[in-house]
Design a protein around this ligand. Structure first.
Ligand SMILES: Nc1ncnc2c1ncn2[C@@H]1O[C@H](COP(=O)(O)OP(=O)(O)O)[C@@H](O)[C@H]1O
Ligand SMILES: [Mg+2]
Length: 264
């Protein structure tokens, strides 16, 4: 099992309500989430804005420390591991962000950006690994010398993917990675991701508010509402027979009459 997550709770201080003296009251952002992510699975995490999707993703990568429950990654309890002990695991868990324009350093060339995690992990032969990563995401090798602002939105997101797979991680978390793209770039980026998942045997958690994308990509889906899981199960079953009222609302909000057409 890639992830076993039990009764995960996460609260943060609410700085908007901090009194002049003393601690800020805490707001509960994740409330008792329990789910597994099998090796090789593509898990969809869906929910409206503010439902806790990004917070859950950051907790899974241990960029945030849970306040309750446990997270087991590859059989190891990482719930409260210190950064030094997390570092070897960080090579196995990578993230692709929503907005590549703000997540890619504008002053670094693409090659340097992709090389970043390889340096952190002390790899050798980094130049060759960077070029290989560019090959894998279908960008010309010459792009290593370009700056992010010289690329289109879809190309920038490919750079984000190249950076994430350069380390050959076992697990990737993608947080709303196609939200800012036009429909045809969306389809290309998602096709690429799907291909990489297959070829590299990746386990993927795919955060989205878009049910049509979830249906296309994910084996299993988990529906978040106000920091709680209101429904989870195989994607096909969830679409065919949604149990929670909130899931039905999300399905009703699918903007296209036939989402499959977008992918043709
Ligand atoms: N650092 C923080 N401090 C306080 N509240 C936060 C913080 N980060 C997120 N939140 C709140 O937690 C909730 C979930 O946020 P988030 O995980 O970003 O949701 P989503 O990704 O589903 O839109 C929101 O209500 C948000 O305002
Ligand atoms: Mg988010």
């Amino acid at each position: 099992m890639m992830y076993q997550i039990k009764d995960l709770q996460l609260s943060l201080p609410d700085m908007t309500r901090k009194p002049l003296l003393g601690a800020a009251p805490r707001i509960e952002i994740l409330r008792g989430l329990t789910f597994d992510v099998p090796q090789g699975a593509v898990l969809g995490i869906v929910g409206g804005s503010g439902s806790g999707k990004s917070t859950l993703g950051r907790a899974m990568l241990r960029l945030l420390e849970p306040t309750g429950g446990s997270i087991t990654f590859n059989g190891q309890d990482i719930t409260h591991l210190a950064e030094d002990d997390l570092r070897p695991m960080r090579a196995q868990m990578q993230m692709i962000f929503q907005d590549p324009m703000s997540s890619l350093n504008p002053r670094r060339r693409v090659g340097g950006i992709i090389a970043g995690p390889l340096h952190v992990q002390g790899h050798e032969g980094i130049g060759a690994k960077v070029l290989e990563a560019l090959d894998m995401v279908g960008l010309p090798r010459s792009f290593a010398n370009r700056y992010p602002h010289e690329l289109s939105g879809g190309q920038r997101q490919r750079v984000g993917i190249a950076r994430a797979i350069a380390l050959r991680p076992e697990f990737i978390l993608a947080d709303e990675i196609v939200s800012g793209l036009d429909v045809s770039s969306q389809a290309q980026v998602l096709n690429l991701l799907q291909e990489l998942v297959r070829e590299l045997g990746l386990t993927l958690a795919f955060i989205s508010h878009d049910m049509s994308v979830i249906r296309r990509l994910c084996d299993r889906t988990l529906v978040l509402y106000r920091g709680e899981i209101v429904e989870q199960g195989p994607t096909a079953a969830l679409f065919a027979n949604p149990q929670a009222a909130y899931t039905r609302d999300l399905l009703d909000a699918i903007p296209l009459p036939d989402p499959d057409q977008v992918w043709a």
